[in-house]
Design a protein around this ligand. Structure first.
Ligand code: GRF
Length: 193
């Protein structure tokens, strides 16, 4: 097998997608390894989980001026190939995206291009949709845009609440993200060789 891509996962919260990415990478034929977990909140619960799973963690504090420079330095220190956003709640500045162009992916809890931004499940219910889902896409400077790598549809049930929908969409996310990240990394390594 070719060298595994070194992935940094960026989180702000509980990190259930991060956990799915870490556990999927335990398969010996997975095209990536999680080399770093970091984010904008040193107390994010997901960081404790990553550390307990033996993954390198950096607890950065968000501050307006230097945060993305410090993040960039940490990513370079760890020879990161690909960044996977997993519930990272900061908008990436255009210069950061440009430095990592073609190497950042994100998961969003809707069928993009529908329902970009926050409060997606609420928007899905308010619109009376019968199907929603999650989407993995490459990150560009425009929020929740960028080439779509794949998606999973999830049925909206009568009586669904934001919470019940969130729970089911997240099950789909945990299947979709590791698979598409691995495919993305495998494609990249074939292009580089
Ligand atoms: C997920 O719903 C993901 O789609 C969105 O943020 C949430 C992160 O959840 N980008 P978790 O921290 O991975 O549980």
């Amino acid at each position: 097998m070719t060298k595994r891509a070194r992935v940094a996962v960026l989180i702000s919260g509980r990190g259930s997608n991060m956990a799915a990415l870490i556990y999927a990478a335990r398969a010996s034929d997975c095209a990536y390894q999680v080399a770093l977990v970091t984010g904008d909140r040193p107390d994010a619960p997901g960081l404790d989980l990553a550390a307990a799973e033996g993954v390198r963690v950096e607890r950065l504090n968000y501050e307006k001026v230097h945060f993305f420079q410090r993040l960039h330095a940490s990513l370079c220190d760890q020879s990161i190939d690909v960044i996977a956003l997993a519930g990272f709640m900061r908008i990436l500045p255009a210069d950061f995206v440009a430095r990592w162009a073609g190497r950042i992916v994100n998961i969003h809890p809707s069928l993009l291009p529908k329902h970009r931004g926050l409060n997606t499940h609420h928007a899905v219910l308010a619109a009376g949709e019968t199907v929603t889902g999650c989407t993995v896409h490459e990150v560009t400077a425009v929020l929740d845009e960028g080439p779509i790598l794949g998606f999973t549809e999830v049925a909206v049930l009568p009586g669904d609440s934001v919470e019940s929908l969130d729970e089911r969409v997240r099950i789909a996310e945990h299947q979709l993200y590791p698979r598409l990240l691995a495919e993305f990394c495998a494609r990249r390594s074939r292009q580089i060789i």
